[in-house]
Ligand binder design. Structure first.
Ligand code: GDP
Length: 324
């Protein structure tokens, strides 16, 4: 069993690769819910949707989010009614939001609603929300505190960021199955997702970081940063706001207490050497996923890397360094 921690777009590309090279029913994906929002009265979970769509073959690969071939008639109609239209929910996408919202209104948890939707869409992998409690990523800017979707989608991540917090995280509980999936997996893979606003909320749920420290399998992370910029989106800006360098060293720092191996891009060979000198295991490969071949090849490399470490003593490279 392989356990993946993931956000939306970068995570979906990585999971797309994994499903090409291993049986989907051996995959458990723990997904960020810090971006969840109420939209037109419906409960929307953008990262769970992206992972669900990629695993059901429905994801629009051009956009990287939403359903392929979707139409936006409801969005147009809502605009005509004077409703907000900045969050682009497609018509088929809305069907999923409607079903999830109805299930949750009937008293089902987000985990249960996700399992039902996955079953109806023939998703073989297990998708687990990080928590069933409400945790909201809040981005503090000079314009005030924004939800992640307001910052990212509505305002195109143009606001300078002062800090990021995960409202509700300290009182949250990991969703059923999450802790066990991490501790018992043969390997835990951290997708090339935003370390601050996609993986950060997952790590902020009490018990999850501790589960990573107790994990039986090795832990690998794929860097979403190549050189000194994010492959896409605001990860670099947000890392800087959180005091992390925007580089593979910053990614390593975000995960340093539990990471066994960092998978970075071949273009970061020099930065990788610097990290190795500090005792961290780093592997360089092509990490930009444009084609299905790129995705499959990265997935294969990451799986080979963790299985090659299987007989290594437990503990992270950084901890081994501390002990020496
Ligand atoms: P979000 O919830 O939509 O922000 O999704 P994620 O956090 O999963 O994905 C965003 C991250 O994916 C960004 O930080 C990107 O730098 C990273 N990313 C996107 N495409 C690629 C890729 O092809 N390769 C790598 N290494 N990172 C990528």
């Amino acid at each position: 069993m392989i356990c993946v921690l993931s956000g939306g777009t970068g995570g979906a590309k990585f999971v797309d690769g994994l499903r090409l090279v291993m049986p989907a029913d051996e995959l458990t994906i723990i997904v960020n819910t810090g971006d969840d929002l109420m939209w037109w009265g419906l409960y929307v979970s953008p990262d769970i949707d992206s992972i669900t769509y990629v695993l059901s073959g429905m994801l629009s690969r051009e956009r990287g989010w939403g359903v392929k071939g979707d139409t936006f008639l409801c969005l147009q109609a809502m605009g005509q009614l004077g409703e907000p239209t900045w969050f682009h929910a497609g018509d088929r996408d809305l069907a999923v939001h409607l079903l999830r919202s109805r299930l949750m209104a009937e008293g089902k948890t987000l985990s249960e609603a996700t399992a039902t939707i996955c079953q109806k869409l023939s998703v073989k992998a297990r998708i687990l929300p990080m928590t069933n409690s409400r945790v909201e990523t809040r981005v503090d800017t000079p314009a005030g505190e924004l939800s992640f979707e307001e910052y990212f989608v509505q305002r195109w991540y143009q606001d300078p960021v002062k800090s990021v917090r995960f409202a509700g995280a300290s009182d949250a509980e990991a969703a059923p199955g999450v802790i066990d999936a991490i501790t018992s997996a043969d390997a835990v893979l951290i997708a090339p997702s935003n370390p601050v606003t996609s993986i950060g909320p997952i790590l902020a749920v009490p018990g999850i970081r501790d589960a990573l420290l107790r994990a039986r399998g090795k832990i690998a992370a794929v860097s979403p940063i190549v050189g000194s910029t994010a492959v896409a989106g605001p990860a670099g800006i947000l890392m800087t706001a959180q005091g992390l360098p925007c580089s593979i060293a910053g990614v390593a720092q975000a995960y340093e207490d539990f990471l066994d191996v960092l998978i970075s891009d071949s273009r970061d060979a020099r930065a990788a050497d610097d990290l190795r000198q500090k005792g961290l295991r780093v592997e360089c490969t092509q990490t930009i996923m444009r084609s299905p071949e790129d995705k499959a090849s990265l997935a294969r490399e990451v799986l080979a890397s963790v299985s090659g470490l299987r007989d290594e003593p437990a503990g992270t490279a950084f901890r081994r360094l501390d002990q020496s």
